[in-house]
Design a protein around this ligand. Structure first.
Ligand SMILES: Cc1cc2nc3c(=O)[nH]c(=O)nc-3n(C[C@H](O)[C@H](O)[C@H](O)COP(=O)(O)O)c2cc1C
Length: 156
């Protein structure tokens, strides 16, 4: 990995999945790579977690990676499947095994809804305001007001 064109970045937004209650293997590999670790040192990080609905241990692990690296975790945004647990267990397996993501007569579409993906821009505005106004310390609070975790207040 080569970071020369983003050497002046103050904030790094890292997106990745949860697998088996942990950061996915690609995400773990990313955080364990020496070049990534030295790049992230002394930078702000926002973690965007795509998952089914079980992200707590992933969040803890990301917190511990960023602490080890000397990066500052300033935000955490979760995009999750909003269907009931058993339903999303079925749809994710159907997606994984048969590449069938869409809804059918029995099951809804797998994964994060298009509505949630489309609403993601609201977080961009909050993040850019925080950097423009030098209020990054309160960024997570502002993200939460927009439904960054749980999705409650996300605009449609
Ligand atoms: C093998 C596997 C394990 C998973 N484990 C979890 C999990 O522990 N918690 C969770 O919330 N989602 C879990 N999921 C759902 C994934 O996070 C979800 O499929 C992913 O966000 C979709 O992103 P992708 O298309 O980049 O894989 C798992 C998915 C797979 C395929």
């Amino acid at each position: 990995m080569e970071f020369s064109d983003i050497e002046d970045a103050e904030l790094v937004i890292i997106a990745g999945q949860s697998w088996f209650l942990s950061p996915s293997i690609p995400l773990q590999s990313f955080f364990l790579d020496g070049r990534v670790r030295s790049y992230l040192h002394n930078r702000d990080v926002i973690f965007v977690n795509a998952c089914r609905n079980m992200w707590l241990m992933t969040a803890r692990q990301i917190k511990s990676y960023t602490r080890e690296i000397g990066a500052r975790l300033v935000g955490h945004i979760v995009f999750q499947d909003n269907h009931k647990n058993l339903i999303s267990a079925l749809t994710i397996v159907r997606w994984l095994m048969f590449n069938e993501k869409g809804s059918n007569f029995l099951l809804p579409e797998a994964g994060v809804s298009k509505k949630d993906i489309d609403s993601a821009r609201c977080f961009g505005n909050v993040i850019s305001d925080a950097y423009a106004n030098n209020t990054v310390d309160n960024l997570q609070e502002e993200l939460l007001k927009k439904g960054a975790i749980g999705g409650g207040n996300r605009p449609s």
